[in-house]
Design a protein around this ligand. Structure first.
Ligand SMILES: [Zn+2]
Length: 569
């Protein structure tokens, strides 16, 4: 059997790279009829600019039906569709503006479809919502399904009368369409296909619109109305938006913000542009929530709202940088929580729930580097574990401490400003933070993004009588890994000298090669203990010296600071 001509299944990186060089300024005008039960049928108009002489162009669509396809008003048979792709021959394409129109259908099902259907047992209400990440946009509608071909979306959704429909853009107009209602939404800013979304059903909702601030609406299943603490949830989302807009010095980047509590949602949340979906199960409590339940829910809110800037406004060029947006949002969530909810002990949770699993995974022989090449979006879901989701935020915490608060914050501002509504890579981020802080981050990228494993750090405390003669930290790889390039991880830490009978002394030091020397410690009284990662800024296995181990065993229970206590134990 001869090999079929075409790019093969999934979205290959080679296809995405080629296509990103062929077209730009994409717009999707999408109409979908949601009144059917097992499938939704629709029409689409795709407009884009094409580079002169850029050859044939591949369109993605895995849905069951594609018909009436016109390329610049000339018909093209859809018989040639293979593996979810249709090649548009260059003879039909123009230089500059192009327009493609088609009819299509997509399945609606309880799972495994681009449109998830959920039936409420209590009142038989039917709820529909989409979840397209990483590459199911091309199951929902014909498109160029890659994060760096951002497009302006215009949704028109026809739904049964009595339903409410939410999409990425603000509602522009509602009109009768026979027995149904047509919801037309305003055009969005340029967004990635995986961030497109809608939800439809007999939702109940709450809107909060304080004077001088944007309205935020929360949608939930009608049958759960009495259980939803809507005011508290909206307030937490609003506080996150305010905090981030102020901290980044960049206003909320999209036209509106809706929140949907999606039933049977497979993740904690998903940061769709302007329409964040949260896991209803984890957001609606049958009993009054415990403090940990509340803190957990709020952390998810801070994480998803951070994505509106970091992920949605500025998006990874390809899913090999998924770790960057996830790590960053988890790190920012802890920062916001530590500041807005001091009682949450957010940095202690960060150590125990985020960093500890990363250390555990990164100390094994099977660990891998944070950044991994990704040849096809088909493999995106299976590629990521604790290294991506747990090591990434830990590394970003060290990065922030290493370059200092001012450079970190200004670097992020420049990064978000320079790539607004566009795409960027981890090299772009390190470049922006490096320029703003004046710190060369080349070695940081090589050791934390491209190198597997982590350092172990030993404390070397040498007494001189009852005073400190010398204090230094020494690092080496926690485990010898095959192919390890060697060298020392750049790192800055805060070292605490603990005393029973006088105030503790806290010193900062940065590694110069494998050693970090604490010259200012020389001559100080011998401490009762030394903790080399005070504030948990460093990334590595910090091993206390014998003196500190003995003190911790005898006296550790007397430590009142929860983070220090968690670190020592
Ligand atoms: Zn996320």
């Amino acid at each position: 059997m001869a090999a079929e001509k075409g790019p093969g299944p999934g979205i290959a990186h080679a296809l995405a790279e080629r296509r990103a060089a062929q077209i730009a300024d994409v717009r999707y005008d999408l109409s979908l009829d949601l009144t059917g039960k097992a499938r939704a049928s629709g029409t689409i108009a795709i407009r884009f600019d094409r580079v002169a002489g850029s050859g044939d162009l591949v369109l993605d669509f895995r849905g069951p039906d594609l018909s009436d396809l016109l390329v610049n008003d000339r018909p093209l048979s859809t018989q040639g569709r293979r593996d979810g792709h249709l090649t548009l021959p260059h003879a039909l394409l123009l230089t500059g503006a192009n327009r493609i129109t088609a009819r299509f259908a997509t399945p609606v099902a309880a799972s495994g479809a681009a449109i998830i259907r959920y039936r409420d047992d209590k009142d038989d209400g039917v709820y529909l919502y989409t979840l397209l990440v990483p590459s199911d946009a091309n199951l929902l509608f014909p498109c160029f399904d890659q994060p760096d071909l951002k497009a302006r979306f215009r949704w028109t959704l026809t739904a049964p009368a009595g339903w409410t429909v939410i999409a990425n853009g603000p509602l522009a107009e509602q009109s009768a369409a026979g027995a149904a209602t047509r919801w037309r939404f305003a055009e969005t800013e340029p967004i990635s296909t995986y961030l497109a979304a809608f939800a439809a059903g007999p939702w109940t909702h709450w809107t909060s619109a304080p004077a001088g601030d944007r309205p935020i609406s929360l949608y939930a299943r009608a049958s759960r109305r009495a259980e939803v603490d809507a005011e508290a949830q909206i307030a937490t989302n609003r506080a996150a938006v305010r905090w981030l807009a102020d901290w980044f010095a960049i206003p909320y980047p999209f036209a509106k913000l809706d929140l949907v509590l999606a039933p049977a949602f497979p993740f904690g949340g998903m940061e769709h542009v302007g329409a964040v979906f949260y896991n209803e199960d984890r957001f609606v409590f049958r009993e009054p929530p415990t403090l940990p339940q509340r803190v957990n829910r709020d952390a998810t809110i801070y994480h998803e709202i951070s994505h509106q800037w970091f992920g949605d406004d500025v998006t990874m060029r390809w899913f090999d940088d998924l770790w960057l947006k996830e790590g960053f949002s988890t790190y920012m969530a802890a920062r916001i929580q530590a500041e807005l909810q001091p009682d949450s002990n957010a940095w202690t949770t960060f150590l125990l729930s985020t960093k500890t699993p990363a250390y555990r995974a990164d100390a094994t022989s099977g660990t891998q580097a944070l950044w991994q090449p990704l040849d096809n979006l088909d493999a995106a879901k299976s590629n990521y574990g604790p290294i991506v989701y747990n090591k990434a935020p830990a590394v970003i915490k060290q990065l922030a401490f290493l370059v200092g608060e001012d450079g970190f914050r200004r670097g992020l501002h420049h990064f978000l400003r320079d790539h607004a509504y566009g795409n960027a890579t981890w090299q772009d981020l390190l470049g922006a933070i490096g320029r703003a802080s004046g710190v060369d981050l080349g070695a940081f990228g090589r050791h934390y993004m491209l190198r597997a494993g982590l350092p172990r750090i030993d404390t070397r405390l040498t007494p001189a009588g009852d005073r400190i003669g010398a204090l230094a930290l020494v690092q080496r790889p926690a485990r010898a890994l095959p192919g390890d390039p060697g060298g020392a991880w750049p790192m800055k830490v805060r070292v605490r000298l603990g005393y029973r009978d006088r105030d503790d002394v806290v010193l900062e030091t940065a590694f110069d090669g494998a050693t970090a020397t604490l010259a200012d410690a020389t001559g100080l009284p011998m401490p009762d203990y030394v903790w080399a990662n005070d504030g948990d800024q460093g990334y590595g296995l910090f091993l206390p010296d014998a003196r500190t181990v003995a003190w911790t065993v005898a006296q550790g229970g007397s430590v009142t600071d929860p983070l220090l206590r968690a670190l020592l134990w």
